[in-house]
Design a protein around this ligand. Structure first.
Ligand code: FMN
Length: 328
């Protein structure tokens, strides 16, 4: 079965990237209210040594986004625990399990998981195979181009492929790169020429032109978008509309609904000040979406409101002013 089908107009399969912190449940639900993507990937579920997998797995909710599929991502370095966690997640209804081989965080990599797996293709293979063999649902793997450098790039790709994962998602930066230098799309093209399983391209897609260029230059099979969707939540619809040649104009009401869903999804027990902090975190991306909004970004981020409603009432007119410039 093709896990990454194109739509009727030839638009590639579009995925909402996992983004721990920024892209939490509130964001995913808000994005689902706008739609346009085929599947979301949940931010990683840590599988630490001595993990009690049954209780950890409860953080994953298969029906979080109603009818939109939500893949689970696991991050760990103990093959038996990763396999046990995968089984729990499968039982909880996950459509797919993704293995994290990219997280650069020291607290994670210090224990040999995330991007640390890229230091040792043989061990990456052991982990991925353990998960593949533990479940019947598709297992995939998301990786960076390397840890310190790209010297093991090909070995890691092949180790993943040989483990039996169904496809690979490549974010073509090394762990050391973090998020700053431009993503190396040439490595996506190279990976595509090496692999026989499908490849999802990811990294620095901020608008429709970027999406088309990545597809053209790399020949990747599908696209995953992270930060570009926090900056412009309508990006998936805009890509889709290019293929269907049906004009798509984002509506102000849709953006307001996005905020309403986001706000309603914030746990009510969270201190109000922290709720405002969360909204600011979201808005610091959105206010990058055009030059007019960018001018107001600092005003929003430095506002001293402590009540979420008050803060949103302050922000909405600023947003509306910049809105006429349309999102990139
Ligand atoms: C705040 C943040 C959190 C992230 N968390 C995860 C994660 O949990 N799992 C993962 O595989 N990648 C994670 N990533 C990487 C993204 O999924 C993606 O690969 C990267 O941001 C490049 O894509 P983009 O340019 O479209 O954002 C994270 C990225 C950011 C910015």
């Amino acid at each position: 079965m093709n896990l990454l089908p194109k739509d009727a107009y030839g638009c590639p399969f579009l995925q909402l990237a996992p983004m721990e912190g920024v892209g939490d449940r509130c964001f995913r639900k808000a994005m689902a209210s706008i739609g346009g993507f085929n599947e979301a990937v949940r931010d990683f579920l840590r599988v630490p040594r001595n993990a009690h997998v049954k209780s950890l797995a409860k953080e994953y909710e298969a029906d979080e986004l109603a009818s939109l599929p939500l893949a689970a991502q696991l991050m760990g370095s103990d093959p038996d625990l990763m396999a046990a966690m995968a089984q729990e997640i499968q039982q909880r209804g996950a459509p797919r399990i993704d293995i994290n081989c990219g997280c650069p965080s020291h607290t994670v990599t210090g224990r040999g998981a995330g991007s640390s797996l890229l230091k040792d293709p043989n061990f990456l293979h052991v982990i991925a195979k353990a998960v593949v063999q533990a479940v019947t649902i598709p297992v995939t793997l998301k990786m960076r181009s390397g840890y310190q450098d790209t010297s093991l790039f090909k070995e890691n790709l092949l180790a993943a492929q040989e483990s039996g994962v169904r496809y690979i998602t490549l974010h073509p930066r090394t762990k050391v790169d973090g998020y700053t230098p431009p993503a190396r799309w040439d490595l996506i093209a190279e990976a595509k020429s090496i692999l026989r399983i499908p490849l999802v391209g990811n990294g620095d897609i901020l608008n429709v032109d970027d999406a088309l260029k990545m597809l053209r230059d790399t020949k990747c099979d599908a696209l995953m978008i992270g930060r570009g969707s926090v900056i412009n939540p309508f990006i998936f619809h805009q890509i889709r509309s290019h293929f269907s040649q049906t004009p798509y104009q984002p509506k102000w009401e849709d953006l307001m609904q996005y905020f309403d869903v986001y706000r309603a999804s914030i746990p009510s027990g969270m201190p109000l000040r922290v709720q405002v902090g969360k909204l600011k975190q979201l808005l610091q991306f959105l206010f990058k979406s055009n030059a007019k909004l960018l001018e107001k970004r600092m005003t929003v981020l430095t506002s001293t409101h402590t009540q979420p409603e008050e803060f949103l009432n302050f922000v909405k007119p600023l947003l509306q002013e910049g809105w006429s410039y349309s999102l990139t």
